[in-house]
Design a protein around this ligand. Structure first.
Ligand code: AKG
Ligand code: FE2
Length: 366
């Protein structure tokens, strides 16, 4: 494409995901009138009362990733239990450099502080969900979440769509590139450890997925005068293998559904929060489960979270692994399907807890 600066040449297999209807920018709404919460964001009392976090905050399992990588038997047992009982855990000694995490955080704060017209230079287009905007909006009357997001594909590199990578602040791209690279290593280590506790060869899961895909979603939750009446992000499970969350340790928001209760998560400073995605639930025939989670907002303070999604390429067939299916319960709960089909099905709908995984479920025989 010599001679043209405007044409972005993309590799042939760069996936286009799905569309999402355009909706108002929440940060801008709050800037214009911090006291206004439009009807479309307000949830019913039933929905919210179900979500009252009246549960004592038990400690989410904390795992040492360096011990897991060394094959420490005790730590691997802890991982197996954390996957069976929680599906969510924190990792320390994960190897991602603190300066890199801080640089990413600082760059994101600067980006979200920019005027709307600056941020909108990277706005999501009508046919895809990369860029700055909102996902999972399918109907004109569905309830909306109190957040704005920036979604970008980071690996493989040829999947990047540079037109959506913020050029302001000027160090954003570098911060993101470095952060994504560090988190990729964390993801590889985690997936290796998961393979081990699934009874597979350490490299088996990585090989199974061929080339892993990595996406990053920056969630910006403006403060909200009615924090108990809106969702920052509606309850959902992630359609990933694993998701790696960098959180702000002094602003609450993330909650997970554990034993029927909504449990607020207290991030340990410097730790990363890991959640198992639906794909692990399918591989293990439900022995390990993806967990519903959601985000609440705060009355006075905004919050940013950084969600890295690690998932298979579109053409990988997902479903229970013969080697992992419990011999005592050999019934396959999930069918085999192409990951790309599953992902698009999950993205092309309103977030509704784990409703989307039904598409992969097999009827239980009598
Ligand atoms: O903001 C959070 O803490 C959670 C974000 C999340 O669940 C997601 O982006 O999928
Ligand atoms: Fe999530």
């Amino acid at each position: 494409m010599a001679g043209s600066d405007n044409v972005v040449v993309e590799a042939e297999d760069v996936p286009i995901y799905v569309s999402s209807l355009p909706v108002p920018n929440v940060q801008e709404m709050v800037r214009e009138n911090p006291l206004r919460v439009p009807e479309r964001y307000l949830r019913t009392k039933e929905e919210i009362s179900e979500s009252e976090p009246g549960y004592v905050n038990p400690m989410l399992p904390v795992l040492d990733l360096s011990l897991l990588v060394d094959g420490n038997a005790q730590e691997l047992d802890k991982l197996d239990l954390a996957c069976k009982d929680w599906g969510f855990f924190q990792v320390v000694n994960h190897g991602a450099a603190t300066e890199v995490m801080n640089m990413m955080r600082a760059a994101a704060i600067e980006f979200f502080k920019l005027p709307l017209e600056e941020k909108n230079k990277f706005a999501m287009p009508a046919n895809d969900i990369q860029g700055y905007g909102h996902t999972n909006v399918e109907t004109k009357d569905q309830k909306l979440d109190w957040s704005d997001t920036l979604v970008l594909a980071v690996y493989p590199e040829r999947f990047r769509r540079p037109q959506f990578w913020p050029s302001t602040p000027p160090h954003f791209k570098k911060a993101m590139e470095t952060y994504a690279n560090e988190i990729r290593t964390v993801g590889d280590k985690l997936i290796g450890s998961l393979a081990t506790v699934m009874g597979l060869n350490k490299d088996a899961m990585l090989k199974l997925h061929g080339e892993l895909v990595q996406g990053l979603r920056l969630n910006y939750y403006p403060s909200c005068v009615k924090p108990n009446d809106v969702y920052g992000i509606s309850p959902h499970s992630d359609a990933t293998i694993v998701s790696i969350l960098m959180q702000d340790s002094d602003t609450d928001g993330l909650q997970i559904r554990h034993e029927g209760h909504w449990v607020p998560i207290k991030p340990i400073p410097g730790a990363l929060i890991i959640n198992l995605g639906d794909v692990v639930e399918f591989w293990t025939n439900g022995k390990y489960k993806s967990i519903e989670h959601r985000s609440m907002t705060n009355a006075k303070k905004w919050r940013i979270s950084f969600a890295t999604f690690i998932y298979p390429p579109d053409d990988i067939e997902i479903g229970p692994l013969a080697l992992v299916v419990d011999p005592g319960r050999p019934h396959q709960k999930y069918k085999k399907m192409k990951y790309g089909e599953y992902l698009r099905f999950s993205l092309k709908r309103e977030l509704e807890g784990k409703e989307h995984i039904k598409v992969a479920q097999v009827e239980v025989p009598n």
